[in-house]
Write a protein that binds this ligand. Structure first.
Ligand SMILES: [Zn+2]
Length: 424
């Protein structure tokens, strides 16, 4: 049913103006309130407390639930229960979300009420509202939903509980438990709902991979080197990669045994890496074919850190730029190209001198461009092994390097190549 149909039905039910109802409904839906919840809310404003609708709600198995379904009832096993707080109508609202399953399928759910759901229990959900989420149907449990605990246990071909490795995480996952080692942590001040708040941002790893994380409620357990079990996290996409979100409802507990961390990054071809849309920790091997403008001795805006051109920052106008070293190298492995960005330290390594050396070099030559020229001389035409974080956007693929070293070809391989060439 369209918004118009819902409004029409509700308005005639309540005997009030349709446009007025439609407007109220549109506002609620804008705040992501499920349709049934919104209708119920509007009924109350008009002083009608009778339960919504008179049509009977079909009972379905999860595999038969479609995004076009209005409401369904179903008996399921609760796989996971995540708790999260969101904001709508200027109010803090606690919601519950996770996965449910029966013999036929598993689906996500969001509960706008606290039904005290527990992972593992079997329940009959009466009158859940179906919404589309990421192309899939999702059950929304609201005020008009009923929950009945079943006596037996429904056997389902899915694991109960939200335990997952980092490699298994996908954006949208909720109510997840991970066991990880904290690798990097940075404290940040952000403009939150209630003014400035402190958050933690960093990197966690397990034996499958490393991923970025954010802790919205800084907790002492998340210190570099600590191995922790974190329950009830949710996963969001951050620059094309899954990011672990630790909320006020998550719990972190130190583990007695350290969690082993995958030391190397998986090696990808440039084409596959770019097509993936983003990889947090990846290794690429290719030749540097060029150095882009904006490499070498550059100037940054002291306010925002953006690169300053001709003394002008894009946001802050004329500023007194601060010197920095950076390299933007185009890496080509035959399947595609990416721009590898080297920070001050990695640039100093390939340049063979630090910021002070670069300044002196530029002063002597009376040309800042000599620093980029020296870097170009050293890297173009050479093969490198690069490790870092790849992000892809409309402007291309950028890899922020954490490691950049000349790729030493295995002498045995090289000998075989030469023999093969000679044999031709
Ligand atoms: Zn600026």
């Amino acid at each position: 049913m369209s918004l118009d149909d819902h409004a029409e039905e509700l308005a005639s039910d309540l005997g009030v103006d349709k446009e007025e109802v439609k407007e109220k409904m549109a506002t609620l839906l804008e705040y992501d309130v499920p349709v049934e919840e919104a209708k119920q809310n509007i009924r109350r404003t008009y002083g009608d407390d009778s339960p919504s609708g008179t049509e009977t709600v079909p009972t379905k198995q999860l595999a038969d639930v479609e995004t076009t379904d209005g409401n369904v009832s179903t008996t399921v096993r609760v796989l996971s229960v995540g708790k999260r707080s969101i904001q709508y109508n200027d109010q803090e609202h606690v919601i519950f979300e996770g996965e449910i399953a029966d013999e036929t399928a598993k689906l996500s759910y969001t509960s706008w009420e606290d039904f005290d759901l527990e992972p593992g229990e079997t329940v009959t959900i009466g009158n859940a509202d179906i919404r589309e989420w990421d192309g899939q149907p999702e059950l929304n449990l609201g005020e008009s939903t009923t929950i009945e605990r079943a006596d037996g246990t429904l056997e389902v071909p899915y694991e109960v509980g939200g335990d997952a490795t980092l490699a298994e995480l996908a954006p949208g996952d909720r109510g997840i438990t991970v066991e990880v080692q904290v690798l990097e942590v940075e404290r940040k001040i952000i403009d939150g709902r209630d003014g400035e708040t402190e958050i933690l941002s960093g990197v966690v790893g397990d034996d499958t991979m490393r991923l970025p994380f954010t802790d919205w409620e800084p907790r002492p357990e998340l210190e570099p080197g600590n191995s922790v079990r974190i329950e009830n996290v949710f996963v969001r996409e951050f620059r094309g990669v899954p990011s672990v979100n630790v909320s006020e409802f998550s719990t972190a507990e130190g583990l007695p045994e350290p969690v082993a961390v995958q030391e190397t990054a998986p090696r990808w071809s440039v084409r596959d890496a770019v097509e993936s849309g983003g990889l947090f920790d990846v290794e690429l091997v290719g030749s540097v074919v060029a150095i882009r403008d904006g490499s070498g001795l550059i100037e940054r805006c002291p306010e925002c850190g953006r690169v300053v051109q001709n003394g002008q920052c894009r946001s802050h106008g004329e500023v007194d730029g601060q010197d920095d070293l950076r390299t933007k190298a185009i890496l080509d492995d035959g399947t595609g190209t990416v721009t590898v960005i080297l920070d001050e330290n990695l640039t100093a390594e390939v340049y063979g001198g630090d910021l002070a050396d670069a300044r002196e070099h530029a002063r002597d030559a009376m040309d800042r461009g000599v620093v980029a020229d020296a870097i170009r001389e050293r890297v173009v035409g050479h093969e490198f092994r690069v490790r870092g974080s790849l992000s892809v956007d409309d402007f291309g693929a950028n890899l922020e390097a954490s490691e950049f070293e000349e790729h030493a070809v295995d002498p045995a391989d090289r000998a075989r190549e030469l023999l093969a060439e000679a044999g031709e």
